[in-house]
Design a protein around this ligand. Structure first.
Ligand code: ZN
Length: 215
């Protein structure tokens, strides 16, 4: 079965122990090597989502699509079920998962794969001043190290719109937390031109950060 993973899935894997990562890789190989899912313990969770047992305590949350299986999340049993309930299939993004392949367990971006009909999301907005949005923004930075970020005032005319690399200290350092606050929010993308276009559509010419020099 063809296997796809969401970029965030890899970051979730990295948070687990070496032994658990090894077992996850073995489970992924079993899925890849068969058109069905032999010998795997699978439980439906919600809508199209189901949980695959990796070990007694670890579950992968996956989604079946016409083209294969998309892996979304992996964590302890309890966390995985909670995640699935919070992100049931209607809300999860199935665009641009990356295919995972080689037998060593390393991950290469070989194909931008998008299920038919799914919108390709070029820019992602993080606007609400709350912990959840700040966490989602931090996750985005972690999973898009070569991406770009617009720092925007609330309202947009209150400060120059600044364009940064996703690794720039001005938008990643804990000194500047909360990143999405009362006065500023963020628009993120892997595509620098999509951000410039977004800003111009809002009537603002974006100003390149002098420190990280995104252009
Ligand atoms: Zn910068």
């Amino acid at each position: 079965m063809k296997l796809f993973v969401q970029p965030k899935y890899l970051a979730y894997c990295d948070q687990l122990t070496h032994e658990n990562r090894k077992r996850i890789r073995e489970t992924e190989e079993k899925i890849q090597s068969s058109p069905t899912l032999p010998g795997l313990h699978i439980h439906p969770v919600m809508n199209e989502l189901f949980a695959i047992s990796v070990t007694e305590g670890i579950r992968i949350i996956a989604q079946k699509t016409d083209e294969g299986l998309v892996l979304h999340y992996v964590a302890s049993h309890e966390k995985a079920y909670r995640w699935a309930e919070e992100h049931h299939a209607a809300n999860i993004q199935t665009f641009a998962p990356i295919e995972r392949l080689d037998s060593q367990g390393s991950v290469d971006l070989i194909e931008q794969h998008r299920p038919p009909g799914a919108p390709l999301e070029l820019v992602k907005s993080f606007k609400d001043f709350d912990q959840e949005t700040n966490n989602a923004y931090s996750d985005w930075l972690l999973t898009h190290p070569s991406g770009f970020v617009l720092n925007i005032g609330k309202p947009i005319t209150s400060a120059p719109v600044k364009l940064h690399k996703a690794r720039c200290a001005f938008i990643t350092s804990s000194r500047f937390e909360p990143f999405i606050g009362e006065f500023f929010y963020k628009i993120c993308s892997d595509d620098i031109d999509a951000l410039r276009q977004w800003s111009r559509q809002e009537g603002q010419e974006p100003d390149d950060c002098k420190i990280c020099k995104p252009a």
